[in-house]
Design a protein around this ligand. Sequence first.
Ligand code: PLP
Length: 461
Amino acid sequence: MPLDLKQLVASRFGENYDLHERHLNRTLVSVQRTIGFDKVYANACGAYLFDRDGSPILDFLSGYSVFNIGRNHPAVKRAISDALEMDLPNMVQMDCSLLSGLLAEALIQRLPSHLDAVFFCNSGTEAMEGAIKFARAATGRKGLISLDGAFHGLSMGSLSLMGCEQFREGFAPYLPDCHRVALGDLEALKTVLARGDIAALIIEPVQGKGVHFPADDFFNQAQNLCRKHGALLICDEVQTGLGRTGKWFGFEHWQLEPDIVTLAKSLSGGYVPCGAIVTRREIYQATFSSLQRCVVHSSTFGRNNLAMACGLATLQAIDEEGLVENADRMGRILLEKVNALKTKHSVIKEARGKGLIIAIEFQQPSEFGAKLGWAFLHTIERELFSQMIATTLLSRHQVLTQVAAHGMDAIKILPPLMIGETEIDLFVTALDAVLDQCRSFPGPVWDLGANIVRHSLRGGI
Ligand SMILES: Cc1ncc(COP(=O)(O)O)c(C=O)c1O
């Protein structure tokens, strides 16, 4: 008898966390329970998740930027069912599939003309691993430069570029010849590039951890320096690409001309893993440099038909629904409305971002009650305050967000790009209410904070 998936899900619904505790990452389960993120979601549509009773939860996390076009988009569903219905010859491997050719063509049409060759893979970190190999093959050099605070993925090559120490601990040794400089430090960059052995500088146009980006022309100067010293510029657009920042690609904010661009996350509309490396033809050919080397870099599932079909539907949906422009417009409105709360809530330091990748950073408040609570949590751990805000937003106001990075007083929001002002107002009203509640110390919001502390001190987190 074939699997009856609907029956299986209905009969086991709600066992989620117990199953994960038994068979998967029980440490993550423990954290989710402690911070009150152990909800069971039943289904999802657009910018909303729904629990079993059909109550909506506003999704301002969008699967870490996987759902730029919103969850369960009908155009992508349709592309998947069409692809299945056609019984396409998937992954023959010793052929050239039509759909991967079409998706490559569609991607290139949206990128500057010098980026004309595509390699498909399955994830962001895999795209970064490939980009490192392409850069080394093209330059004949081994050195790599990344920025402090960078996050490029968690496989060993990406981890060697990592600018957030907490992800590295316990996994050494990393790739040799990897250097890190601070965002904005041109002198340090010059010094490292002057070694003459640098293959590439790798940047995120907007850093995902903490939502940092230069206010000036640092990236342009960095690009000039790379050119002068024969190094390539790799733009990791895994999170910032495909409209997230209010432009098709984050590098457009600085009119950069990257040599290599990496993509993943929302490329397949949130259904099937899909990543891509887009580069100049001569860089590509330096890797696949002879007939013997035609598969020297490859991945079994890399061009699979379902991912390619989803990618085609996603790019078309982004265009047809004007999502790049919407991200820009909604991002500006959101920033304006959150920054306007500063006059009421001294705890808001700033809201910053580009398009719909936004951090809301907090500072010690001046209001008496909130100041006491802030001091209490900060004697224990810095990010507890922002976790308490994210927890309260979810538990009391049904809004899903995340802390912006380890050790930061900030939350990060990554809404789907199709939100409207209704969703912005829901979020801003919820944030305003949570910050109002923070003025009562002790009080229910701080009790949540204290609860997180108690669990973490007991080793729960
Ligand atoms: C900028 C950036 N690069 C790379 C990655 C790694 O992507 P993946 O998790 O698909 O390996 C991420 C993931 O969050 C990312 O934000």
